[in-house]
Design a protein. Structure first.
Length: 229
């Protein structure tokens, strides 16, 4: 976290929160509020009111705490995705089981493009070096509304997909750990989770990855592979 910006070090000891208090809100209370807001999506009118109420946007300290927890969720989601991928033979990544319009290779490419978009592009914009990180051809092949292909010809190999997935993840987390909370509170358009600001886009990232981890798990079972857990 940059020097001079709010930081969060929530700890619990003997059932009491000893660090991270501000304005009477404890870290666990911040998390509870967030979960409550997510559940409000089941009630469209209440959720719309929440999204248009600027009083619901976190303050700088709360944003720093939420960011810290979200980074942990991003790492957890990625570790689970990698557990699934490491248990899937590379020569089966391009297979599309009967009745399923996708494959492992597309899922990995899509997660790479999405993580770049949610954690890097939407937070600080596009930079010249991003063209090497996420080439236009790669983004078009694995972005929203792209079509998975079973023929590996002309596509990145499983090894290449994994390398790009890892590189984006590494750089994205490095940038997030240096992000100014004030920047994360700037408004952003959908998709986001809970808050219509850049922090909300970051929070959506692990949710999005878990959705696709579920799809990868389903693909593995359709390929006749055993579950990893």
């Amino acid at each position: 976290m940059p020097t001079g910006t709010p930081h969060c070090r929530p700890t619990c000891r003997r059932g009491r929160h000893t660090v991270g208090r501000r304005a009477g809100r404890r870290p666990c209370r911040i998390l509870f509020d967030f979960l409550q807001q997510v559940s409000d999506k089941a009630h469209p009118d209440r959720y719309l009111a929440l999204m248009t109420d600027t009083n619901k946007i976190p303050d700088l300290h709360s944003a720093a705490c939420i960011l810290q927890g979200t980074i942990g969720q991003i790492e957890f989601a990625r570790n689970y995705t990698l557990e699934l991928l490491n248990a899937t033979p590379a020569d089966r990544w391009f297979e599309m089981p009967s009745g399923l319009p996708t494959n492992i290779a597309w899922q990995v490419g899509h997660l790479t493009v999405s993580q770049y978009g949610l954690l890097m592009f939407r937070v600080r914009g596009r930079r010249p070096e991003d063209l090497e990180l996420i080439p236009g051809r790669f983004r078009k092949a694995y972005g929203r509304q792209s079509e998975p292909m079973a023929d590996p010809a002309g596509q990145p190999s499983a090894e290449e997909l994994l390398q790009r997935l890892a590189r984006v993840h590494e750089l994205a987390l490095e940038e997030l750990r240096q992000a100014e909370p004030s920047v994360l509170l700037e408004p952003v358009e959908m998709p986001y989770a809970a808050y219509p600001v850049k922090l909300g886009a970051v929070m959506f990232c692990p949710m999005h990855e878990q959705i696709h981890a579920g799809q990868i798990g389903l693909l593995r079972r359709a390929l006749g592979l055993s579950p990893v857990r």
